[in-house]
Design a binder for this molecule. Structure first.
Ligand SMILES: [Zn+2]
Ligand SMILES: [Zn+2]
Length: 296
């Protein structure tokens, strides 16, 4: 079979282009997810400050110059707080729907705004991004699948229930940021007012641990190497409990809990299994090259 060979700057080559992913922050205090190849990257949501985004990327050895687009999933502040500054400061185009922009109050330079449509693929260099509608209490909310070569990464947060579109796209993923917002028991017994409990657990709210777990049990593809459980509630969930639930069920997929307070490692996602997280002690560039050798 013919594979196009991709040469790395160090002179090594790889028969395909892996993707590198990280959650820079995840939760109701701010969401920002990085997905890129060796040349370019996109951010899904910009919910933490521009300075913090840059700082966290630098800690991971990732360059903001590689970010060619920011995609906005919906207008809630935990997804847009940093977008005006980051797009202005680094001239990064913002991909958003008309409905989301209208309801966001964002003042973004018109030249940097690009509208996207449900299921219409957007190409950013060698990356393709498919947005698709989700059920959430926002004007025009979307989830995304980002593809590079043969690798697909899903960003699935802020979803009231797993509809057929989510199931369809989850089944093609090699890695997914999947919402596990709340433990049903903790929400029920917790101190939130009734209307808020109803909103969170409603069809336009958030995915519970159980909903996400059922989705994984029923539809997880064999090639899913990383499951990054995301957007955990501070008051209605327990990261340890979530990790145990998913790890006990399945040890063939790396289970990562995306933190509300800091970035995860950078994970290399390949079209085949057997991938590893990159150690933050090493410079990613060097590690990428070593890993390429192991994988080729
Ligand atoms: Zn959110
Ligand atoms: Zn939201």
């Amino acid at each position: 079979m013919f594979y196009p060979f991709h040469f790395f700057s160090e002179g090594y080559f790889c028969p395909y282009m892996p993707l590198f992913i990280s959650s820079l922050n995840s939760g109701s205090n701010g969401n920002c997810y990085y997905i890129g190849n060796q040349k370019e990257a996109v951010l899904i949501d910009a919910g933490i400050s521009c300075a913090e985004t840059k700082k966290r990327m630098e800690r991971l050895g990732l360059s903001i110059a590689a970010v060619k687009a920011v995609f906005i999933s919906h207008e809630h502040s935990d997804h847009i707080n940093g977008v005006v500054t980051i797009s202005k400061k680094y001239h990064i185009p913002v991909y958003i729907t008309e409905g989301t922009l209208k309801n966001s109050g964002l003042k973004i330079d018109k030249k940097l705004i690009h509208y996207f449509q449900d299921t219409a693929t957007i190409t950013i260099g060698d990356l393709s991004i498919i947005p698709f509608k989700k059920s959430h209490d926002a004007a025009d909310p979307h989830s995304f699948v980002i593809s590079g070569d043969e690798v697909n990464v899903g960003v699935f947060t802020d979803i009231g229930y797993p509809g057929k579109e989510l199931i369809h796209y989850f089944k093609i993923c090699h890695a997914a940021f999947l919402e596990t917002n709340y433990c049903e028991d903790m929400l029920e017994k917790g101190s939130y007012p009734k209307h808020l409990k109803k909103r969170i657990s409603g069809k336009k709210g958030h995915l519970s641990n159980t909903q996400a777990f059922e989705l994984v049990q029923k539809y997880k593809p064999r090639h899913l190497s990383h499951l990054i459980l995301s957007h955990l509630s501070e008051n209605n969930n327990d990261p340890e409990l979530v990790k145990k639930l998913f790890e006990l069920y399945d040890n063939s997929t790396a289970i990562v809990i995306a933190s509300r307070y800091r970035e995860t490692e950078v994970y290399q996602i390949d079209p085949k299994k057997g991938v590893k997280g990159l150690s933050r002690k090493n410079k990613p560039k060097a590690v990428y090259a070593q890993m390429t050798l192991f994988n080729s």
